[in-house]
Design a protein around this ligand. Structure first.
Ligand SMILES: [Zn+2]
Ligand SMILES: [Zn+2]
Length: 350
C-alpha cells in the first residue's frame, strides 16, 4: 500500500495559531469560502505548487490546497474584491478550465481559514489504495440532487455515507448507512464487506464535495458492485440545487467541514448529543482548549460553560500547570499531534 507523504511544505508561517487568527479576524476582509477538486494530471506538481502559492498569496486567499501528479484538491477562501482576478487565474490554467467550484453553504462570523498552505502530496485524498490495482477511471455515474432524492425514496436503493463517523454523527441523509470509521482508508477497507448483502441493489454514495466518491465508486465497481452511482458535488452542491430547484431536502442536520467553521447547517434538526453530558442535543464541535489534548468533541452550552471549553476537569487543571511542566508532558503523552480531525476525538455515551 502506498503511504501518503508530505513531500513539500510551502513557506510556513511560523507564528502561533492565535496570532494568525487575530490578524485575519481583525482585517475585516469579506471572503468567499469554496472548495474544488479535479483528477487532472500535473506533470510538475512542485512547479505548479510554487506558482499557485505565489498567485493565491498575492490575492489574499487563505486555505489548504493539495497538488499531486493525479490532480488538485482545494479548500479555501477568496477576498470578495479579488474574486474576478482569482477566477480569471484559475481559468487561465489549462488543467483547471471547467473545474466546478463548490461555494460554501454558509459563512461564519470568523473566517474559514487563518493561513494559506499549498502542498505537494502523493495523492490528493489519502485513500490507502494502490491505484495500479484497479481502474480508477471507472467511476460510478453521477446523480444530481433531484436524481439522488428519487434514489433515497426508492425502497430498493441503498444510500451510503462515505465520510467518517464524526462527520455523519452531526448530519447525514435519511436512511443512509453511516459507517463508524475514523478515516477514509478504513471506510474503503470495510465497504466491500459491509455492503456485500446489497451487492445487486442500486447503491448511491455521497460525501462532502464529491471527491471521496470518485475513488470509492471505482473501488466498489472493482469489487463487483455494478449499480453504483454518486452524488455530484456532494452535500454542498446538493444544498445549492435543493434551494435553486425547490426540491425537498433529505439531508438531516449539519454538513461537517474541514475548516474553522466546522460545519454548515443543511437541515434544521439537531441529531447528535453533547459528548460531555450525553444528554443534551448538540451539533457544535469544539477542540479542547488544552493544546496537549486538542480532542474534537461536541458540546452543549451548559457543559462548555461549566468546563470552560475544556473536554474535562483533568484538562482544565493540566492547563494551569507551569509552561515547562506542560511542555514536558505534552512531548511525552500527546501522540496524535496534528491529527485534529482524525482519531483523536470523543463519543457520546449512549
Ligand atoms: Zn452537555
Ligand atoms: Zn482535553
Amino acid at each position: 500500500m502506498m503511504r501518503e507523504q508530505k513531500v513539500e511544505s510551502m513557506k510556513k508561517d511560523m507564528r502561533p495559531r492565535d496570532e494568525k487568527k487575530k490578524t485575519v479576524v481583525a482585517d475585516g476582509i469579506e471572503r468567499t469560502t469554496l472548495s474544488f477538486y479535479g483528477y487532472v494530471p500535473f506533470e510538475n506538481p512542485k512547479f505548479f505548487c510554487e506558482e499557485l502559492f505565489e498567485r493565491l498569496h498575492s490575492l489574499g486567499c487563505l486555505g489548504r490546497i493539495y497538488i499531486a501528479k493525479e490532480g488538485i484538491n482545494a479548500q479555501m477562501n477568496v477576498p470578495k474584491k479579488n474574486w474576478d482576478l482569482f477566477d480569471a487565474y484559475i481559468k487561465s490554467r489549462k488543467e483547471l478550465i471547467g473545474i466546478p467550484y463548490k461555494i460554501a453553504v454558509e459563512e461564519c462570523d470568523t473566517p474559514s481559514f487563518y493561513k494559506l498552505t499549498v502542498k505537494v502530496k502523493e495523492k490528493i485524498v489519502a485513500d490507502g489504495l494502490s491505484d495500479d490495482l484497479f481502474d480508477v477511471t471507472n467511476t460510478g455515474a453521477y446523480l444530481s440532487a433531484k436524481e439522488f432524492n428519487e434514489y433515497v425514496e426508492d425502497e430498493e436503493a441503498v444510500v451510503v455515507d462515505m465520510r467518517n463517523g464524526y462527520e455523519s454523527e452531526i448530519g447525514h441523509f435519511e436512511g443512509a448507512i453511516t459507517p463508524e470509521v475514523d478515516t477514509f482508508r478504513e471506510e474503503l477497507r470495510i465497504a466491500p464487506e459491509l455492503l456485500k448483502i446489497h451487492k445487486n441493489k442500486k447503491i448511491a454514495l455521497y460525501c462532502t464535495g464529491g471527491i471521496r466518491c470518485e475513488k470509492a465508486s471505482a473501488w466498489l465497481k472493482h469489487n463487483g458492485f455494478e449499480h453504483v452511482r454518486h452524488l455530484k458535488g456532494g452535500i454542498i452542491d446538493y444544498k445549492h440545487q435543493v434551494e435553486r430547484e425547490g426540491l425537498q431536502n433529505h439531508f438531516l442536520g449539519k454538513n461537517f467541514v474541514f475548516d474553522e467553521r466546522m460545519g454548515e447547517r443543511i437541515g434544521n434538526e439537531v441529531i447528535s448529543y453533547c459528548h460531555l453530558c450525553s444528554k443534551t442535543k448538540s451539533d457544535t464541535h469544539y477542540h479542547c482548549k488544552n493544546i496537549a489534548c486538542h480532542i474534537l468533541f461536541l458540546g452543549c452550552n451548559a457543559c462548555i460553560e461549566k468546563k470552560n471549553g475544556y473536554c474535562s476537569y483533568k484538562c482544565m487543571t493540566f492547563d494551569k500547570l507551569p509552561e515547562g511542566v506542560k511542555n514536558y508532558f505534552t512531548r511525552n503523552t500527546h501522540l496524535n499531534k496534528g491529527a485534529q480531525f482524525k482519531k483523536h476525538r470523543m463519543k457520546a455515551k449512549r
